[in-house]
Design a protein around this ligand. Structure first.
Ligand SMILES: COc1nc2nc(N)nc(N)c2nc1C
Length: 308
């Protein structure tokens, strides 16, 4: 039984990765369900063989009395804002003075969700937390374990922290509000509020029902990842099993960055998730370190915000 349980866990976690992280399922839902129920039956018969990274353990058994506080190892920063082309030019001129290196920018979508921190120890997902005030957040591990795009075990036994945006896809938001409206419940104003409301539930079966997803965009412990740029980091995160947003681009001029913001502004309504802007970062970590941080935000990044 132990052998079959191990095989099923490996298979089901891989199917989950293909479906929720790569958005490219390799088997039908029916086949997945058949193998999932076989695992459930085997674990019921051999509870001593149940492990934390089993796909059957995503929904916590208990309703939490409250959320415990989490002190972030390093502050979860905020971003300076830019609202027009002039702001972007000033950002570029300001940081060009702070580094001798040629500036390459990476542009990432700014997902309109909830910033979260995920800790992995030897490849196992051990803790999830909200940003909170940047220094202290709330432990929402139970709820984040229900987000199927968050792997319970990485492809490599890494010990590090990753940060990203947990969000509710537009389609899930429309469905949720239709269901709530039909039941006479108050509907959510937007997907960001719906995601935040779902992650603030003390009963993780509610979060499990909300079809949340996630995109990761930063990590600690670069050394062990052997990456020199933000773009390489994002590729590395995907390699170890974490979900990263594919709509990112590299540019060597702020003019091209501006053109990209206009390109995304035009396709924003067709994206399957809501975004509130574009995050523009200096790509090379060496240049980021040279440019540095203000008290609350990196100097080497800026959020270009779309009009509401
Ligand atoms: C480097 O710090 C950040 N990077 C980010 N990147 C993306 N794509 N989206 C964010 N919301 C974001 N937020 C922060 C504070």
């Amino acid at each position: 039984a132990q052998e079959r349980i191990e095989t099923l866990k490996t298979l089901l976690n891989r199917y989950s990765y293909e479906y929720y992280v790569l958005d490219k399922p390799s088997i039908s839902d029916k086949e997945y369900d058949q193998q999932y129920h076989e695992l459930e039956k085997l674990e019921k018969a051999h509870p001593e063989l149940i492990t934390n990274d089993s796909p059957t353990q995503r929904i916590g058994g208990t309703i939490l009395p409250g959320f415990t506080k989490v002190q972030h190892d390093s502050p979860m920063l905020s971003l300076g804002n830019a609202f027009n082309q002039e702001d972007l030019l000033q950002f570029h001129q300001r940081i060009s003075k702070l580094t001798g290196q040629p500036l390459q920018y990476i542009c990432e979508l700014k997902i309109d969700g909830l910033a979260v921190s995920l800790k992995y120890e030897n490849g196992l997902f051990t803790q999830g937390a909200t940003r909170g005030d940047g220094n202290t957040g709330e432990d929402i591990t139970q709820n984040l374990r229900t987000v199927k795009a968050i792997p319970l075990r990485l492809n490599e036994p890494l010990t590090f922290e990753v940060r990203g945006e947990c969000y509710m896809p537009k389609a899930s938001f429309v469905q949720l509000n239709a269901d709530r409206d039909e039941k006479g419940l108050e509907i959510f104003a937007n997907p960001r509020n719906a995601a935040a409301g779902s992650l603030r539930q003390l009963d993780s079966s509610i979060a499990a029902s909300r079809n949340l997803s996630i995109y990761l965009y930063s990590a600690t412990n670069f050394e062990q990842l052997a990456v020199e740029t933000q773009d390489a980091l994002l590729n590395r995160l995907a390699q170890v099993g974490l979900r990263t947003n594919p709509e990112r681009r590299l540019f060597d001029s702020i003019e091209e960055v501006w053109a990209f913001t206009e390109e995304i502004a035009a396709k924003r309504k067709d994206l399957p998730y809501e975004i509130d802007g574009i995050v523009i970062k200096v790509n090379a970590f060496a240049a980021q370190e040279e440019i540095g941080y203000t008290v609350k935000a990196p100097r080497w990044a800026i959020a270009y915000k779309f009009k509401a």
